[in-house]
Design a protein around this ligand. Structure first.
Ligand code: UPG
Length: 301
């Protein structure tokens, strides 16, 4: 019996954020490495959905055509009407943009950075489970094995996501932590709540649609109340939203092992967190996915 037999479809939907890529060859290079590594290791067909402006979509398609022409049948591109999606998304995620971005409520296109949080409301009902990725990743293992993690979701889990690998949220929550010294909020794993990193996301759209609980949190009053209570102001988009709502609703999230989103950014190490940095950063065992966040180079192997 194949170890992948249980509940992996013939084709996996993969959504990649790739936008403002025109004249940004560094981003194009990251995307190329990401999709090439995905295709190289995948045992199943991949359906790529590219989230970005028209220019970026064209660049992505060209890159995908060049990738691995020997086994071209292993992947295809699904065309999305991004403008319509961004407009639909805009009104839903407006309250999130207010608390979790630099430029609250500005352009339609910026609502796309919150797509993962409300994706279940703007894509066809037929889509069941998707894997959503940043472009700065490199796969070293079969994405079908990542997909299998959907099977590990507990009853109330709707989203699979790995912990943030730096003390980013320890920093964000400093005030709440100062006023509540015994809190788990912002503490390192395994006991603490270090917050999430949205570079690799397992989104169970059926569960997101059906969870009254999850949907009740996409709400202006709730976010106002929660951001106040935890003195939260962020700028990392969807991952700020997931981090904040997870404090009181841990059960909504399946914590993806760090091996599937091995973040390499060390920005926060020398910003006053030297003594605790490694508690957040360490990730034992084999690495299945490298995440070169904050433009960190990814090892060649
Ligand atoms: N992206 C684009 N075009 C851009 C900028 C970003 O497509 O002009 C996409 C791309 O997929 C990229 C991702 O967004 O990989 C994340 O943006 P980036 O600027 O690379 O942020 P990082 O500092 O590398 O990442 C941190 C987190 C990441 C989170 C992001 C949110 O590690 O998980 O999604 O911040 O801003």
């Amino acid at each position: 019996v194949s170890e992948l037999e249980f509940s992996v479809p013939e084709e996996i939907d993969v959504i990649i954020t790739f936008t403002k890529a025109k004249d940004n060859w560094q981003l194009a290079d990251k995307f190329r490495r990401c999709v090439a590594s995905l295709v190289k290791h995948s045992s199943v067909m991949l359906a790529f959905h590219i989230i970005g402006d028209k220019d970026s979509q064209q660049i992505a398609e060209k890159i995908l055509k060049e990738v691995d022409s020997g086994t071209a049948a292993k992947h295809r591109v699904v065309h999305l009407d991004i403008d319509t999606m961004a407009k639909e998304l805009h009104s839903i995620v407006l309250p999130m943009q207010k608390y979790f971005s630099y430029k609250p409520g500005s352009y339609y296109s910026d609502s796309l950075f919150f797509l993962s949080a409300a994706i279940h409301r703007v894509v066809p009902e037929t889509m069941h489970r998707v894997i959503m990725l940043d472009a700065d990743l490199k796969f070293r293992e079969d994405i079908a094995k990542l997909y299998q993690k959907f099977n590990d979701f507990k009853e109330h889990n709707v989203i699979g996501i790995a912990y943030e690998g730096q003390p980013v949220y320890r920093h964000t929550f400093w005030k709440y932590r100062q006023e509540n010294p015994s809190t788990r909020v912002g503490d390192p794993p395994p006991k603490g709540l270090p917050g999430f990193n949205s570079g690799v996301l397992l989104l169970d759209l059926h569960r997101m649609r059906n969870s009254k609980h999850y949907n009740s949190l996409i709400n202006e009053q709730v976010l106002e109340e929660q951001t106040k209570k935890y003195s939260f102001k962020g700028h990392l988009g969807d991952q700020d939203f997931f981090t904040l709502i997870s404090i009181e609703h841990e059960e909504l999230f399946y914590v993806l092992p760090c091996n599937w989103n091995r973040q390499l950014c060390k920005y926060w190490r020398d910003k006053g967190y030297e003594s605790v940095f490694d508690l957040y950063f360490k990730c034992e065992g084999p690495i299945y996915v490298y995440h070169g966040n904050c433009h960190t180079p990814i090892p060649e192997d």
